[in-house]
Ligand binder design. Structure first.
Ligand code: DQA
Length: 138
């Protein structure tokens, strides 16, 4: 089973960025733990701060992978182009947010992605990626 985790803008700074909101673990550390926990899954990770690069990655993997876990960062709240890419591909996408976006500013309450996703995991910290992964094993 091939699963890809995609992180969008500013998520390369996990561990350093607002740790009171996003935690103090780097994604690279967490990803190594995740890979060790699920050795049977072909798990890969991709991060970009650029909208077009994220869209290219969805196109490139979205017809062959079994699942994509996407934290689009702030593009979640702004990008119709990424929402269209999610709708265009065959691979199911689970949307993840580390923080509880509904307990934050109003502009974070709307996601352009959710209606095109298989499901959404919000506010459960970095462990949300593992929960999304589990959903593909069911
Ligand atoms: C985020 C929430 C977004 O509103 C924010 O722009 C992020 C991270 C989260 O994981 O909680 O960059 O997607």
């Amino acid at each position: 089973m091939k699963i890809l985790i995609i992180n969008g803008p500013n998520l390369n700074l996990l561990g350093k960025r607002e740790p009171e909101i996003y935690g103090s673990q780097t994604f690279e550390q967490y990803f190594e733990e995740l890979k060790a926990k699920y050795p049977i899954i072909e798990l890969s990770y991709f991060q970009s701060n650029s909208e077009g690069v994220l869209i290219d990655k969805l196109h490139e993997t979205g017809f062959s992978y079994d699942g994509i876990i996407l934290n689009g960062g702030a593009y979640t709240h702004t990008s119709i182009a990424i929402a269209d890419a999610i709708a265009a591909i065959k691979t199911p996408v689970v949307e993840v947010h580390i923080s509880n976006v509904y307990a934050r500013e109003a502009f974070r309450h709307h996601s352009y992605f959710s209606s095109n996703c298989k499901g959404v995991i919000v506010g459960l910290g970095i462990d949300g990626y593992r929960l999304a992964l589990e959903s593909f094993l069911k």
